[in-house]
Design a protein around this ligand. Structure first.
Ligand code: ARG
Length: 567
């Protein structure tokens, strides 16, 4: 049952819809005052009354309509300092929440609000033959989480890996491979070996500038469809994708399309023609650009002076292609904030072209991730491979688990879930726009706001349930504060998932999990479950434990993090 809605239905304010009321109704941090509260400050201007008076009048009118003692849900209404507070009858609320979770199981929190709508998500979008480094962590796990979240809410999500597989770097690689490479080393070394070639090329080209000309010539050959060059290019691509698949498997990341930049090679001309037709292209220093001065931006370059396309040109062709192919309601680009200008520019150009769907393109920007050790540059070669970070986290997790519980079965499997979870959670826990400094100790802290803390809590719950059994029939006993707080927390899951989708912010779900885990632990340590006062209380507490575990499982499934049975 939706309590906010129930409460909103009892409130009448002229010109304010029930939906708006639902949005405004909040859960006060201090539950002494009430379980739900409507702040009345917003209405002061329209109603020309003080918030204090508004709250008071609303209370009086509600009290004349309902008798709290006999209302199904509401037990008390009060007006305090401009807030309209509601206390609700806990028994009904607790029963409704647990029943819902225990009946819906892995579907708890899902909905069909997205039914019939399509969301394209462009995420991870790695560059071929370049390291999959820690800088790709956020886009990969944020995108992966949003993909699952939208699906969970009934949308049709389309995951797209917009591969960076176009540009002179492939000419450089061919040049380097022909000069220094050999098949076996590359075959075995994958991305790392390719990256070494790339780094070597840059070092050598500093003394041999003619290598750069050669590289450009090779790239031209790829574009013209030269068989040998194309073959090498496809081989580099294949090796890269095979290499990154290991990481995608570990992180539970999936895509529906790998159409990368080169896919749009033959799809840009119509865009260029349309821009010309609409009089949007002007010449600037030999290049073809769209002037965006009026909008406070540098011009968007469409074609270089030699007639070649740019990143933005390919993105425009990609956006049009996605609209034609998927007819999306929204198309999200999960890309670092460094590319803010790029997205603003090409979104604007599409808008100027009269494409009304340009408003549905969203740059979901996020902050930088760096390791404590320092930053990196692909060209110089001192790069932090994501695979190394994940493996190191798994190793460290193993050491900690082995120390804490040497007898544990499946330690390797547990360490895998804990280590990978820590990497994902570390990237997802904070508001996405924040820069993060990744620290192994922090993400693997058993007592911190971490995935391992949540996983450990789940193991605790699992162990209780294993001993006490799964309860389906229960009655509501005299409720304790710990129990009410816990039920209130897990009950927010459905709206938390919706907020995460609305704000493109999986961190809401990560925070939900930590909050629930903390409240469960408080309940666990303050109240006896298996040795409860009586059978009725024990049964209820087992049902509550089961519901809590289910809510945490559902939250972690959306984030792509596994939960070990035992730890
Ligand atoms: N490959 C690019 C990079 O690593 C990201 C591509 C993002 N997606 C897009 N449609 N531009 O910087």
């Amino acid at each position: 049952m939706d309590y906010k809605k129930y409460i909103a239905d009892k409130i009448d304010i002229e010109g304010v819809s029930k939906d708006e009321l639902c949005e405004l109704i909040a859960l006060p941090p201090n539950t002494e005052m009430g379980d739900y509260a409507l702040p009345c400050f917003k209405f002061a201007k329209v109603l020309r009354k003080s918030p204090v008076l508004i709250a008071e009048e609303l209370k009086n009118s509600i009290m004349s309509n309902i008798i709290p003692m006999s209302d199904e849900v509401i037990s008390e209404v009060s007006a305090v300092n401009g807030y309209l507070n509601f206390k609700i009858k806990k028994d009904g609320f607790v029963r409704a929440t647990l029943d819902k979770i225990l009946a819906e199981k892995e579907g708890f929190g899902a909905s069909d609000i997205g039914k019939g709508k399509t969301v394209c998500l462009d995420y991870s979008s790695i560059n071929i033959a370049k390291p999959f480094h820690i800088g790709h962590l956020s886009t990969t796990v944020l995108g992966g989480a949003l993909y699952r979240i939208f699906n969970f809410l009934g949308y049709k999500a389309v995951g797209i890996n917009h591969l960076g597989d176009y540009g002179t770097q492939f000419g450089k690689l061919i040049s380097a491979y022909k000069r220094w490479g050999d098949k076996k080393t590359i075959e075995e070394g994958g991305i790392r070996a390719l990256n070494e070639l790339y780094v070597k090329f840059h070092q050598e080209a500093e003394v041999h500038p003619e290598y750069d000309d050669e590289a450009r010539a090779y790239f031209k050959k790829i574009e013209l469809g030269d068989e040998e060059c194309l073959q090498l290019f496809h081989w580099f691509k294949e090796l890269t994708l095979k290499d990154v698949q290991k990481i995608y498997d570990m992180l539970d990341i999936r895509f529906d399309s790998y159409a990368g930049e080169s896919f749009y090679s033959d799809k840009m001309q119509p865009i260029v023609d349309e821009l010309k037709e609409k009089g949007l292209l002007i010449e600037s220093r030999g290049a073809q650009v769209v002037d965006l001065e009026e909008y406070g931006m540098a011009p968007c370059i469409i074609l270089k002076s030699d007639g070649t396309s740019l990143y933005a040109t390919r993105d425009m062709a990609a956006a049009q292609y996605r609209k034609n192919t998927y007819d999306f309601d929204k198309c999200l680009y999960v890309v670092a904030y460094q590319q803010n200008l790029h997205f603003k520019q090409f979104f604007k150009v599409l808008e100027l072209m009269g494409k009304d769907w340009a408003k549905d393109l969203v740059h979901v920007a996020y902050g930088m991730v760096s390791l404590e050790e320092g930053t990196m540059s692909t060209r110089k070669g001192n790069v932090v491979f994501l695979e190394d970070v994940i493996n190191k986290c798994i190793e460290k997790a193993y050491t900690i688990i082995d120390e804490k519980n040497p007898e544990l079965e499946n330690k390797t499997d547990v360490a895998q879930k804990v280590g990978v979870g820590a990497v994902i959670f570390g990237a997802l826990y904070n508001n996405k726009i924040k820069d993060i400094v990744f620290s192994y100790d922090k993400v693997l802290n058993f007592d911190g706001e971490t995935s391992v803390y949540v996983q450990y809590t789940c193991a605790r719950a699992n162990s209780v349930l294993q001993k006490g059994g799964i309860v389906t029939n229960y009655e509501i006993p005299e409720l304790t504060a710990e129990e009410i707080e816990l039920v209130k927390a897990i009950a927010t899951f459905p709206e938390t998932v919706e907020t995460a989708a609305e704000k493109y912010e999986p961190s809401c779900i990560a925070r939900f999990a930590v909050d629930v885990a903390q409240k469960f632990n408080k309940f666990y340590f303050n109240r006896k479950i298996l040795a409860a006062e009586d059978e009725k209380t024990k049964n209820f507490r087992l049902a509550l434990t089961n519901a809590t575990l289910q809510a945490l499982k559902n939250a972690f499934a959306l984030l792509g993090i596994g939960i070990p049975e035992k730890m």
